[in-house]
Ligand binder design. Structure first.
Ligand SMILES: C[S@@+](CC[C@H](N)C(=O)[O-])C[C@H]1O[C@@H](n2cnc3c(N)ncnc32)[C@H](O)[C@@H]1O
Length: 501
């Protein structure tokens, strides 16, 4: 049998996926993270495994209607004659009939025996892995998953169960990965499609350490645009697909990328493990660098001499959380208010205030809001969430004393604010930082270690910067002018040796 002979299996499941996706209850869908994998993506996941011809077991936790199982079985049947035992775990009983139909089809298509496990995967896996139970069950040779994406409250039942295994993770998808890793036999392989967010950032630090201690990354595939993997649902996550092996070996990692699952063109590079996860990096960031030229820019930026702290500069998120300060918000400025700056006030590297928009322009200054204010001065603002149509992920504006009235100002929480001990920065340094942050080099470097669309203050703190002298030179030349991207990049290339994007 060839892979194409088995297309009816995956096509039938694809038809089932589309039909069931339309009938899902919206609340349950959000609660259980029900975004089912389209057939081309499912087959791509199945193609990542390095299959061996011997009887094997495969686990699909959070199986939905069984799209990943079907794609795996289709490949298995095309390439292997050995028997395969499938375990598909799905919590939502309303999906069981459809999932069982997929599993029945798998059993007819190949030497497959398939079990539907109607259980909470976290409960089932922690029970199986806990205490002496582990010895009773051999692990799985293959785990394939598109786990549910949802935050887990810190006191939740699932989170307590996970802690009993020493696993502390903020999101359900990380829990599925941590358990999947532990359920593999030595030499077993895991392929998953997940958000990119675990690759960096403080929330996932202990998860990364844990996962990377169990598994060696073998291949990582990055989708270049934000919304392609699940284009028929409204998932706006950036996704990665990866293959990891339960093995102590840490060789090279194949890093690939494509614009979308349907795209024929794929970039591909073998990257030494130490470049993907730097051995001396306490954060254990996973650097995803599918483009060789981008990798050069990213490592040039990572090699810059200066930390933001050594410049005497701090980055914090804006202090005004608007829904908590509702009663003090004012649509327009009055005698009692101070300017309140939102991302919407940022425009081409500067500030445009006040503005007609849904957002208020001002905050009432009183004893209750005093701690939310900063003295007028030069600040650099970076949006925490870039708009989808924005070319760059890191978008910076400078605000100067002449831009806004009054002695005190307020910055809303969707902004990162560069300041010096809660006061303004030296004007030329602020101008230089703004040019630097708006450069293509920073954007490329940022994308290498950040998968989420969010720009965290921590990310900005962890990045490297040009020297103070270089930033001052940038600020000097840029002055008050508004620069287009080409000019910004040309200035950076002129003043920061080794940086060219
Ligand atoms: C992102 S969907 C993916 C479904 C399927 N693997 C696919 O790729 O199409 C995640 C699935 O996990 C299920 N799920 C959510 N929480 C679960 C849990 N605690 N245990 C088992 N399944 C769960 C959801 O009902 C949903 O079907």
């Amino acid at each position: 049998m060839t892979f194409t002979d088995l297309l009816p299996l995956t096509s039938e499941v694809e038809e089932r996926r589309q039909r069931v996706s339309l009938s899902l209850d919206a609340t349950r869908r959000a609660d259980l993270g029900q975004f089912f994998t389209p057939d081309p993506v499912a087959r791509f996941l199945a193609s990542m495994f390095d299959l061996a011809e011997r009887p094997a077991t495969v686990l699909d936790p959070g199986a939905g209607v069984g799209s990943l199982t079907a794609a795996f079985v289709a490949r298995w049947a095309a390439e292997c004659d050995s028997p395969l035992s499938v375990t598909a775990c799905e919590l939502d009983t309303t999906l069981h009939e459809e999932l069982r139909a997929t599993l029945d089809h798998c059993e007819r298509a190949a030497d497959v025996q398939a079990e539907l496990l109607g259980a909470n995967f976290i409960e089932w896996a922690t029970d199986r892995l806990g205490g002496l139970r582990l010895a009773e069950h051999p692990g799985f040779d293959y785990v394939v998953m598109n786990p549910p994406y949802r935050k887990m409250a810190s006191g939740s039942h699932d989170r307590l169960l996970l802690r009993s295994l020493g696993v502390d993770v903020p999101n359900l998808y990380a829990a599925f990965l941590a358990l999947g890793a532990r359920l593999l036999v030595p030499g077993g392989q895991l392929v998953a499609i997940t958000p990119r967010s675990f690759a960096n950032g403080p929330y996932f630090k202990s998860f990364r350490r844990d996962l990377l201690s169990w598994l060696g990354l073998r291949r990582i595939h990055v989708y270049d645009s934000r919304d392609t993997a699940f284009s028929d649902s409204d998932v706006l996550q950036e996704n990665v697909v990866f293959l990891a092996e339960r093995s102590p070996e840490r060789g090279t990692v194949l890093v690939t990328s494509s614009a979308a699952p349907s795209a024929v063109e794929m970039t591909s590079r073998d990257v030494p493990y130490a470049e993907v996860v730097r051995p001396d990096d306490g954060e254990q960031f996973i650097h995803l660098t599918p483009h060789a030229d981008h990798a050069d820019v990213a490592s040039a930026v990572a090699g810059l001499p200066t930390t933001i702290a050594s410049l005497g500069v701090t980055v914090s998120t804006g202090r005004v959380v608007d829904f908590r300060a509702k009663e003090y918000l004012s649509a327009q400025p009055t005698d009692e208010t101070v300017p309140l700056i939102y991302p919407t006030h940022m425009s081409e590297g500067t500030i445009s205030w006040p503005k007609e928009s849904k957002k208020p322009n001002a905050l009432i200054a009183c004893a209750e809001t005093a701690a939310l204010l900063l003295p007028a001065g030069c600040y650099v603002l970076v949006k925490r969430f870039s708009a989808k149509e924005e070319r760059r992920r890191v978008v910076a504006s400078i605000v100067r004393p002449g831009d806004l009235p009054g002695a005190m100002w307020a910055f809303e929480n969707h902004l990162n604010v560069f300041h010096s001990s809660n006061s303004g920065l030296a004007p030329t340094l602020a101008a230089g930082l703004t040019v630097w942050l708006n450069s293509s080099a920073v954007d490329v470097a940022f994308r290498q270690f950040s998968g989420h669309t969010q720009v965290n203050a921590t990310d900005l703190r962890n990045m490297r910067y040009p020297s103070q002298a270089q930033l001052l030179a940038l600020g000097e030349v840029a002055g008050l002018s508004v620069l287009d991207q080409e000019k910004v990049d040309a200035l950076v290339a002129d003043h920061v040796p080794g940086i060219r994007a």
